[in-house]
Ligand binder design. Structure first.
Ligand code: PAF
Length: 207
């Protein structure tokens, strides 16, 4: 198990990834908002199986939250995330700052229109939620430029929206949907489940 390299700016990440790319290595990206749990570990493990270099991004994306209080309460533990990413086999943890992702005066967003973002969670949380997700993921894909990006099937609508975004923007990136990992009581692992975080070190169970 290698200790992952930590990059906190896009420049550092690009420098490290450029070296891998020069060597024709396949780069897999697992985008996360941190608070890594067994579900993330399984995404990282799948990326590990299918890529030469595994990058895990950790960024709590403010633009996809509806409520400021929810954003403030979101669990943050970068040291723990680095440990969890290491245990799961990551090579690089990329944890950019808010100003790296959203430079002062930023005015550009990425929106997937139509029913895909207006129904289900989009109807519940508003289209702004998915616009926040697509905007940040487009930025992460741009910063890391992976060959493949890994997302959980737990967030099925998010996965469909991200597939549509990469297709519509002609991004040469494979979007890989990974099986749901559940806690012992059947609940899908999520950073919002306190008990899922307690299970951080458990072996992922694929259903
Ligand atoms: O699924 C998540 O954790 C987030 O929505 C993502 C894809 C990392 C974007 O912030």
């Amino acid at each position: 198990m290698n200790t992952p390299t930590i990059a906190t700016t896009p420049e550092e990440a690009r420098f490290i990834i450029a070296q891998a790319r020069q060597n024709n290595l396949k780069i897999g990206l697992v985008p996360t908002m941190g608070a890594l749990h067994a579900g993330h570990a399984s995404l990282i493990a799948q990326a590990r199986d299918e890529s030469d270099v595994v990058v895990v991004s950790v960024f709590v994306n403010p633009t996809q939250f509806n409520e400021a209080a929810d954003l403030d309460a979101y669990p943050r533990d970068l040291a723990g995330d680095i440990q969890a990413a290491e245990a799961a086999g990551a090579d690089l943890v990329f944890a950019p700052g808010a100003a790296d992702v959203y430079p002062p005066g930023h005015a550009t967003t990425v929106t997937v229109g139509g029913d895909l973002t207006g129904t289900l969670e989009g109807a519940e949380r508003g289209r702004g939620h998915f616009e926040g997700v697509t905007t940040v993921v487009a930025k992460l894909l741009n910063m890391v430029q992976p060959d493949a990006a890994y997302f959980g099937q737990k967030d099925a609508q998010q996965l469909a929206v991200l597939r549509r975004m990469t297709r519509d923007l002609l991004l040469p990136i494979e979007v890989v949907g990974c099986p749901i990992v559940r806690e012992s009581d059947g609940l899908a692992c999520s950073s919002r489940n306190v008990s899922a975080r307690a299970e951080r070190w458990n072996t992922p169970r694929r259903l």
